[in-house]
Design a protein around this ligand. Structure first.
Ligand SMILES: Nc1ncnc2c1ncn2[C@@H]1O[C@H](COP(=O)(O)OP(=O)(O)OP(=O)(O)O)[C@@H](O)[C@H]1O
Length: 506
């Protein structure tokens, strides 16, 4: 062991590697087979290889009959599991009367050999073995056949996913995944979305044009991505809109929690790890970080507090503050890295559009600004169809009139239209809604009255204080005049006295 350690110190390659190299050289004359390795990650773990994913899907169909060690997962049809090859397993495949051997390999590499708790990295790969006489067949047709079939199987078996980013502290270690996922099963779609029908049609048309526009984006030299800004008060359907978009386009959703991203470098890594055909969402962007570009001046109190904190050991629940900057986020949206992969929508949502930095939402970055507003009568009709399965009702007219006067969110309308018990019917739900709107109307009226009373009181006070000020200034003016008069009089007296003195003296 000591000698081995010494040798390793002075020779860059381990003796086993050198030995294997020479054995390979010697046997290659007699050994008539060729190997091709397909690692899971390419470019220093930057991005999962598409070839690896396609081969995995291709072999899932081939291996179920022959392999002994398999992995199972649910696919698109959730009743039938999809099998794939487990680590260190081999299967054969026939193509054009020729046999090919596939094996799956897993190795674990320690990434920080000197640390007390080294990180472990799992490296997976597939290996294709074939006779050297079939080299041309493999290069000309077999590999393209595997990749094409694999991609098709992948799309057939694909279950759409909802990803969320892992807090960066968990990235090291055995499972260095930056995104975690669950199956995306949100039922919202454009049919169930309550909004102005014209606006809805326009959005659907825009999305449809986007997904078919690969050639167009190539031609104009732009990355194949589009930004959407959804803004409006809470409960107007921004999240429902994102789900409807994902269902319409059949895309995955990446829900990016910006506050847990440590810095711009991590933000870039997260972006690279997203797949194409996906929507990357940052909800409530105005609350995520201080993205105004100018850091706020810390108050004296805050500074003292952070000084105190520095002297204390960090608590377990204390989170490191995110250092993602506005420029980092702008790069994320349309920097050089944003062109890795394609077919991505980037969606920001906010309740306060006016708080966002104009650079962040300018056209070209956020190509489409969609206002999600209060419920209009057309939107109400969609909700009535969804919740009560009715297209018309005698109470609709009253509701239409009220909606012109009262601001109510679709979420509030939906809440009133829910049939909670068996003895409720459409009529009672609509009455509930009318009651709620009447109440809202009264509240609004009383708020207005309150505001106007306050305004009047303020006006009166202003008037009073104005009058007082006027009186005070008049008084001040009068006293100044008096003083001037007195001064003038005393001046005259002095003149007279001096005249007399002069006369007397003369
Ligand atoms: N436009 C809408 N169409 C259909 N349902 C809606 C709509 N708006 C709201 N809802 C209903 O209200 C619920 C809340 O809506 P949603 O979460 O989409 O609103 P939001 O605008 O994203 O709110 P927040 O800003 O608070 O996140 C949804 O589950 C849905 O049932």
């Amino acid at each position: 062991m000591f000698l081995l350690a010494l040798i390793r110190q002075y020779f860059p390659f381990s003796p086993e590697t050198i030995l294997i190299k020479y054995i390979h050289k010697l046997t290659s004359f007699a050994y008539p087979y060729v190997h091709i390795k397909f690692p899971e990650y390419t470019g220093e773990r930057m991005k999962r290889s598409e070839a690896y994913a396609a081969i995995e899907a291709y072999l899932s169909a081939a291996c179920s009959q022959r392999a002994h060690k398999l992995k199972a997962d649910l696919g698109n049809d959730s009743t039938k599991p999809i099998l794939s090859m487990d680590g260190h397993e081999e299967v054969t495949d026939e193509f054009d009367g020729t046999t090919f051997w596939w094996s799956s390999n897993t190795s674990i590499r320690q990434t920080q050999a000197l640390s007390l708790y080294p990180d472990q990295e799992e490296k997976r790969s597939y290996r294709l073995t074939f006779h050297k006489s079939n080299r041309q067949l493999v290069l000309d047709s077999y590999l393209s056949h595997v990749l094409k079939e694999g991609r098709e199987v992948g799309i057939r078996n694909r279950r759409r996913k909802l990803y969320c980013n892992n807090p960066s502290s968990n990235w090291g270690g055995y499972k260095s995944k930056v995104w975690n996922h669950v199956v995306f099963e949100h039922p919202s779609c454009f049919d169930t979305l309550a909004m102005d029908p014209e606006k809805k049609r326009e959005i659907m048309k825009d999305l449809d044009a986007f997904r078919k526009a690969k050639d167009y984006y190539d031609r104009i030299g732009k990355a194949w991505k589009r930004g959407y800004l959804l803004y409006g008060p809470p409960g107007t359907g921004k999240s429902s809109m994102i789900a409807a978009m994902a269902n319409f386009l059949d895309y995955d959703v990446y829900d990016l929690e910006l506050t847990t991203v440590k810095n711009n470098v991590e933000l870039r890594k997260l972006f690279i790890e997203t797949t194409s055909k996906s929507i990357i969402v940052i909800e409530d962007i105005d609350c995520s970080l201080d993205l105004t570009g100018k850091r706020k001046q810390k108050s004296k109190k805050e500074e003292d507090k952070s000084e105190e904190k520095k002297n204390l050991p960090p608590g377990p629940e204390e989170k490191e503050e995110s250092k993602v900057t506005l420029s980092g986020l702008l790069n994320f949206i349309d920097g050089l890295w944003s062109a890795c992969g394609g077919e991505r929508l980037i969606v920001f949502t906010t309740n306060h559009k006016e708080k966002l930095d104009p650079a962040l939402i300018r056209r070209g970055r956020m190509d489409k600004h969609i206002e999600m507003s209060y419920c209009c009568f057309d939107a109400f009709k969609v909700l009535a169809k969804n919740y009560l399965d009715i297209d018309s009702h005698p109470l609709f007219d009253a509701i239409r009139d009220l909606m012109e006067e009262v601001k109510i969110t679709p979420a509030d309308v939906a809440e009133n239209l829910m049939l909670w018990s068996m003895d409720e019917d459409a009529g009672s739900c609509l009455e509930n809604l009318i009651q709620a709107m009447n109440k809202a109307k009264e509240e609004e009226a009383s708020k207005k009255a309150q505001a106007s009373t306050e305004e009047n009181v303020e006006g009166e006070e202003e008037e009073k204080s104005g009058a007082q000020e006027e009186g005070a200034s008049k008084r001040a003016q009068a006293s100044t005049d008096e003083a001037v008069e007195a001064e003038e009089k005393s001046g005259a007296k002095v003149d007279e006295a001096s005249k007399q003195t002069v006369c007397n003296g003369g």
